[in-house]
Design a protein around this ligand. Structure first.
Ligand SMILES: Cc1cc2nc3c(=O)[nH]c(=O)nc-3n(C[C@H](O)[C@H](O)[C@H](O)COP(=O)(O)O)c2cc1C
Length: 206
């Protein structure tokens, strides 16, 4: 029986939404989801013009949900000017969706350095070379830019460029949604109630 065949009740939910997220994330990995860490990240301009793209979750802890990107990208610019975002996971194999909303800050430089160093050489070079989100004249230009950076790095270790690093989204709200075959899907919302780390939980109409 697949996980989504089990009805959900408020009493089944863990009081801490991070623990609930971890339980569902682990179930997604065990349940055959190929890339459970792939998530949609929605940002917006200060005027409320939205944009969304996929990124990879690289950490989920008491501080929040972290991911890495180019600070000069479209998302990077939007987060600089409007540091609020939403994350969305959809695990079709389990009939589950998780939505997370909150404020975003950059990770400390030391953590970005550590993650950058852990990446394969090609990814490190690419992070230096690629003007993410901006027009490039051709594929050839991009490849020669990568070759230029690789030649400059030579046998040395590429250093993390200033324009690339991590972000952490500190959740203020979560939503856990689970498919039910009668279409009356289960949906629960957690809201941060105060700075002490408490959460309210309520069922929402699907
Ligand atoms: C599954 C998947 C995972 C991705 N992970 C990342 C990521 O972790 N960081 C990133 O900067 N871009 C990632 N991308 C590329 C982004 O979706 C996007 O094309 C790029 O970051 C530029 O987005 P922007 O112009 O909105 O800033 C990923 C794409 C896919 C399809």
């Amino acid at each position: 029986m697949t996980a989504h065949a089990q009805p959900m009740h408020l009493a089944d939910l863990l009081a801490d939404p991070l623990a609930q997220f971890r339980a569902w994330f682990a179930a997604a990995g065990e349940g055959g989801v190929r890339t459970p860490e792939a998530m949609a990240l929605a940002t917006a301009t200060p005027w409320g013009v939205p944009s969304a793209r996929m990124v990879l979750l690289k950490g989920a802890d008491e501080r929040g949900f972290s991911f890495f990107s180019n600070h000069l990208s479209r998302k990077g610019g939007e987060l600089d000017e409007n540091p609020r975002a939403a994350l969305l996971f959809h695990w079709d194999e389990l009939g589950r969706q998780i939505r997370i909303e909150g404020s975003v800050a950059r990770l400390p430089a030391g953590e970005s350095d550590a993650y950058y160093r852990s990446r394969p050489p090609g990814s490190r070079i690419g992070a230096i070379a690629s003007p993410q989100s901006r027009p490039v004249v051709s594929r050839d230009w991009l490849e020669s830019r990568v070759a230029e950076v690789a030649a400059a790095v030579g046998e040395g270790e590429p250093e993390r460029p200033e324009h690339w690093g991590g972000y952490v989204l500190r959740p203020a709200a979560y939503q856990f949604w689970q498919h039910r075959s009668d279409r009356l899907h289960d949906c629960f919302r957690y809201l941060a109630v105060d700075a002490s780390g408490g959460w309210s939980i309520e069922r929402l109409g699907p």
